[in-house]
Design a protein around this ligand. Sequence first.
Ligand code: MN
Ligand code: MN
Length: 315
Amino acid sequence: MTVKNQPISGNDLARFSGPGTFMRLPSANDLKGLDVAVLGVPMDIGTSWRSGTRFGPKEVRSQSAMIRPYNLGTGAAPFDSLQVADIGDLAINTFSLAASLGIIRESYEAILNYDVMPMAIGGDHSITLPILRAMAARHGQLALVHVDAHADVNDEMFGEKETHGTVFRRAYEEGLIDPAKTYQVGLRGTGYSAEDFTEAAGWGFQQFPAQSLWGRSLASLGTEIRRDIGDVPVYVTFDIDSLDPAFAPGTGTPEIAGLTTPQALELIRSLNGLNIVGCDLVEVSPPYDLSGNTALTAANILFELLCVLPGVNYR
Ligand code: MN
Ligand code: MN
């Protein structure tokens, strides 16, 4: 059996040196033979408040240099069974949101010509719509686990239909996601009207507001979601602003009283066994992340997602 790609060990090369790839994995140009392709989508022109997520991929990769290959919490050993590489950043057009979303979709279509699970580091949340378009074209209608402070179901923002706040209304309208198998976890904050979130509940979205989760373990919710989804291909999109700003201050539209980092791990770990076909981690804004803790948390959440992908060995 050939040995899979491994992160460079901190005992072989100091963690503060070496390649700038995710977890210091090998970089790859060819997707042939890969099970998981980690990629960056360095973009912030779909955001409505504080910018800076264009620096997200670089900073999340930088913080990921600390992560070791075995998950001591779950026993998962993703690099024993999955061939993972970092395929770099998509070449978005930083002057055009529409062009960038087109580039993301085309890039994903090319990636999905291979039997590979894409794992994206954003970027603001607008990147997820073209990703879902390509994913649904490949896998059919998807179940969606959406962890976020915001439902991102606006009809438009400044007349624009494709922004970081409109993603899941478009995905619903276009039939990319099964509304009855769409789970929005961590919603909170203020709205423009009382119906901001509840309209999507009327489409069938299953919504779990943060206040209903305060002080609770999310393991049982995750288990319920897993049972409910069954074998349907599922996409997981994790907006870092789902976490409380005490844990993840470096983001564009922070909302107080959010999820804790342990709750995020409980939720993700309980998704083990699902037919996850791709995932992303979005909205890390390094200019607002003075300690680096947001990017560190994001990098670890991506590792936890890697640990629940189909085919991962548990020791
Ligand atoms: Mn979002
Ligand atoms: Mn959000």
